[in-house]
Design a protein around this ligand. Structure first.
Ligand code: MTE
Ligand code: MO
Length: 519
């Protein structure tokens, strides 16, 4: 028996619907920010959209924004994006009054759009970004109907009751949801800014290296305020990987295997590994996803075992053209055997970074460091296996996803000071930064002001061909808006190309260019 007295499902008022949508949207955004702070490598949707907006902006827009808001431009952009997202969520709330299917579709579309934009962020952030986008959409879908039910209940009961407790409860709950969301957002961003969790010291003491790095050459470091330090402290070192949670292998059971096309496969415990002769060298590593002017590059002193020693012990077969580094989480890299065996280069299994055991987020207990190659083809963290194979027999993690199979680090240079968009008094201005071309080395750096000719900059004494250098150009700055550009010359005398490319598939090309205003 069906009743013919079915009343239409009561719907919340328009105002209530908009409030519910706004609260749900805020909850989704706040939750996503918190997750982005908690999950290493996860992109914050707001930051991802912000980067996207910045990449789309017409030339001069940045200057316009900076003039309007000064150094608060990033904060304003963040708040603006959050406001637009929350307003859209209010609209979805309105839509959900009569078209709940459409509203869900809109939420799904929003989630997918956030994901798509997030995927533009450094390549290895794909998985955590997916988790964050899905969770944000999920939170909205959970919160919206709950608030709707609250708003409905007040329409059903006691329409003229004074005071209207139903309405108060709905408003109170909405405000609480927005408050908790805002707090989560702020906390998440604080965690992100702090450089994420983990990286606490690990047990495992490392003997002194048999061959220590030579002392730094005189003049290795330039003394310029706010210039990137020559050696990047571990806590400031960029971190890129696909690991949702930092793998923490148990040293009791962890082994390093050398396997595949070798005559004498073997495996080592941690103690056996660190008991082998250890070398020390400074190497600059970089991520292929680094944008021109970006921070996904760092220089550290690495201590470890020569890869050549391990390969010699295993006896590499003649046709084993590729070395695959496999991590405990099955992430893989692959690079030519010939690259690692070249006489003038020392690939290594590193166990320490800047004199400390590898921090967990940088690969404890062991990782590969291969001078001259981008991280995604070489720098396996949480290393478990070195497998010899043929180049054509195996494609490592990122290769089937469209990234280059062979990926030497491109010559790049970056302006650290002054900051782009800053206003500074005229007179002598130190324009300074870093330049790298591992392991061809850097032989020179040049700076261009506006459309004038390229001027040679002073460079620091290189530690080696595998490391970056610092550079400075003392500029006699005259009032007005100026464009500053930098380019490097590698150790072969090749000038950094002026062609531009996105990071995919083999690294970003282009001259880092900033605008400053001299007052
Ligand atoms: N196990 C594992 N190792 C990895 C990765 C990864 O995702 N998983 N990412 C690589 C990439 S893309 C880079 S750029 C470097 C970054 O090393 P860092 O985080 O110590 O700077 O690690 C490489 N090693
Ligand atoms: Mo990378």
């Amino acid at each position: 028996m069906t009743t013919i007295h079915d009343t239409p499902t009561p719907v919340p008022s328009r105002t209530a619907a908009v409030i519910a949508g706004i609260a749900a949207g805020a909850a989704g955004l706040g939750g996503a920010e918190l997750l982005a702070g908690l999950i290493p490598g996860a992109a914050s949707p707001i930051i991802a959209v912000g980067d996207f907006v910045i990449s789309l902006q017409p030339p001069g827009a940045k200057q316009f924004v900076v003039e309007l808001f000064g150094e608060a431009d990033k904060l304003i952009l963040n708040l603006f994006i959050a406001a637009v997202a929350v307003a859209l969520a209010g609209g979805i709330g309105l839509l959900a009054r009569h078209r709940s299917g459409l509203a869900r579709l809109a939420i799904a579309v929003g989630g997918v759009a956030a994901l798509a934009i997030g995927l533009r962020a450094p390549l290895s952030e794909a998985i955590p970004t997916f988790v964050v986008a899905t969770a944000a959409a999920g939170i909205v879908i959970l919160v919206l109907p709950a608030l709707f039910t609250l708003a409905q209940s007040r329409r059903e009961q006691a329409p003229a009751e004074m005071p209207d407790w139903g309405r108060r409860r709905f408003l109170g709950t909405s405000i609480a949801v927005v408050g908790v969301a805002a707090a989560s957002g702020v906390a998440g961003r604080a965690l992100l800014d702090r450089g994420r969790l983990g990286a606490q010291p690990q047990a495992g003491s490392i003997p002194d290296p048999t061959a220590s790095a030579p002392p730094l050459p005189a003049g290795a470091s330039l003394d310029i305020p706010d210039l990137s330090p020559l050696i990047t402290p571990n806590r400031d070192f960029y971190r890129i990987d696909t690991a949702l949670l930092v793998p923490r292998p148990d040293l009791e059971t962890w082994r390093l295997r050398v396997s595949g096309m070798v005559d004498r496969p073997f495996e080592l415990t941690y103690d056996e590994l660190v008991a082998l002769p250890l070398i020390e060298q400074h190497v600059t590593i970089a991520c292929v996803s680094n944008e021109v002017g970006g921070g996904l590059v760092g220089n550290a002193l690495w201590t470890g075992v020569r890869l050549k020693d391990l390969l010699e012990r295993a006896g590499v077969q003649a046709d084993a053209t590729q070395i695959v580094g496999r991590a405990v989480d099955d992430f893989t890299v692959g690079f030519p055997t010939a690259w690692a065996l070249a006489d003038d280069r020392e690939a290594m299994v590193a166990v320490a970074m800047n004199g400390e055991p590898l921090p967990p987020s940088h690969g404890f207990p062991a990782r590969l460091i291969v001078p001259g190659l981008y991280g995604y083809v070489s720098a396996t963290k949480w290393l478990a296996e070195i497998e010899l194979t043929r180049l054509e027999s195996f494609d490592a993690y990122w290769v089937p996803l469209g990234w280059a199979k062979e990926a030497p680090i491109l010559t790049q240079s970056r302006i650290d000071v002054p900051r782009g968009g800053s206003r500074i008094p005229g007179g002598e201005v130190a324009v300074a930064g870093v330049a790298w071309a591992p392991d061809r080395g850097i032989s020179g750096v040049e700076v261009q002001v506006d459309e004038d000719g390229w001027q040679p900059a002073e460079i620091s004494a290189p530690i080696s061909d595998s490391t970056w250098v610092q550079w400075v150009h003392r500029w006699d700055a005259t009032p007005g808006d100026h464009l500053l550009r930098v380019r490097a010359i590698d150790g072969n005398g090749d000038v950094q190309t002026d062609a531009k490319s996105r990071p995919a598939p083999d690294g970003a090309r282009g001259h880092h260019t900033i605008q400053v205003t001299i007052t």
